[in-house]
Design a protein around this ligand. Sequence first.
Ligand code: C2O
Ligand code: CU
Ligand code: CU
Length: 476
Amino acid sequence: MALTAAGLTGVSLMPLIAARRAEAADTPAPTGTAAPAVELFQVPLPLIPVARPVSTDGGTDTYEITTRTITKEILPGLPTELLTYDGQFPGATIRARSNRPVVIVQHNGLDVPISRHLHGASVPPDSDGGPMDTIAPGDTRVYRYPNRQPHASLWYHDHAHHTESENVYRGLHGSYLLTDRTEAALPLPKGRYDVLIALRDADFDATGRLVYAMSDRNRNTLLVNGAPYPYFEVAARKYRLRFANTSNMRFFELRLADGGDLIQIGSDGGLLPGPATVKSLYLSSGERADVVIDFSRYPVGSRIVLQNTAGRGPAEQVGQVMRFDVTRTADDPSRVPAKLRTLPPLPEPTAGRTVVLRMDEDGRADPQAYIDDRVYDPGRVDAVIRHGASEVWTVTNTNTKAAHNFHMHLVQFRVLERGGAAPGPAESGLKDTVVLQPGETVRLQATFDTYAGQFVYHCHMLDHSAMGMMATMKIG
Ligand code: C2O
Ligand code: CU
Ligand code: CU
C-alpha cells in the first residue's frame, strides 16, 4: 500500500473539494497512528521572531546559530520533538539588506549531518549549502551571503544529501527577507502589518510524534507558522502577507472563503512589476507569494477563512488553513502603487537546453526519480554553462500522474512560457521555483553572470529530490 502511494505521489491536484472528498473516501483509514483531530481556529497565529545578529561590525551582520532538538507542544497537550535552528520552529526570520553582507556561523548540535541552504539567493558555491557540503554533528561552518541581488522573500532550509527531506520536515526551515531601497521606498503595509505566513503540512501520530515516511499520504495536519489552523486577529485595514509554502510535497491553492480579492504584489524573487488582483494563489512546495489583503472591506467582527482547494487529503483537514478575525479598526496610510518595480530587460539568449523530469509512477517498490533519465550523482556534472551565458531552459514533466516542480540554485529566472502561452501575473516577476503539472512544459530564461562553480537544480518536492530528481550545473 505504502509503495503504491509512493508511486502516485503528487497525483491529482484536484481543484474541487467535492473531488477530494471522493478521493478521501477511497483512502483506507489510517490504522491507529492518526493524531487526534485538531479543532480549527483555536490558537492564535504565532508571529515569527526576527533573528538578532551577534555583531554588526564592519557593515556585516553576523549570526551564530545552532541546530538542536527541542520538544514543543504543537497539538494540544502533546509533546512533539523537532529539529530546530536555535530552538525556534519555524526558524527565526533573518532580515537582510541588498549589498550588506550576512555571515552565518552555523553550529551543528544535532546527531545528523546538516547543510544550510539559502533558497533563491545568489551566493558563492562554498556558501550555497549544497547536498554534499555538510556539517558533521558537533562541527561548525561559516556561510557568507554577499546579498548582491535585489530584494526578495528568500528562505533557508536543510539540504544534506538524502536526508534533506526528513530534516526539513522535522523543522529545519525559516525565512530570510532581503530588502532594498526600491522595496523600502514603496508605501506598502509595513511593520506589524507585514506578516510572514509560512505554510506546511505534517503527519502526527497519536502521541504527537512527527511521522516521517517517504511520500507519506497522511501529512494532513496543516501548520501555519508552526501552529495548527490558527486564527489571526487583524485590524480593518491593508496587510501585506508573505506566504511561503515550506511543505515537502503539498501544493496549496489558497482563496478567501467569501471569494474576496487578493492583490498579489510579489513572488519568489521579490515584487512583481505591478500588482495583480487574483481570486486564488497557487503555491507548489518551495514557492512564495507576497499578497496584500484589504480587510477594511469587512465589518469589525467578521471572520474570514483562508481555504485550500488543492492537494490530497480529507477536506475537513486540508480544506481550511487559517482564519482572519477582523477585531478592530486602524489607520491605514499604506497604498499599493500601480507600479512596483522595473525588471531588467531580458538579454538575448546565448544557449538553450531541455530538462526532463520524470519519476517511476507505476507503483513499483522503491520508485526513483530522474532528471534527464538519470538519478542524481553528486560526482557527475549534468550541465556545463559558460559564465555570463543567458540560457533558455525548456523543462518538461513527462509523468502522466505525478506533479513536479523545478528549482534552480544561484539564479532568479524569468518564466517565458507555460504550456506555450505567456505566463500569468503570478509568474511575471523573478522566480526560482515553478510548478510542472503532469505533461506540462515551462520555458524559462536564466542568466549566469554572478558566481562560477557547481550548483544543483532539482524538483522541490523534497521527497522527490531525495529519490534522485536532482542534477548539477557547472558554471565557469
Ligand atoms: Cu530550497 Cu535546493 O533548495
Ligand atoms: Cu535552493
Ligand atoms: Cu517531483
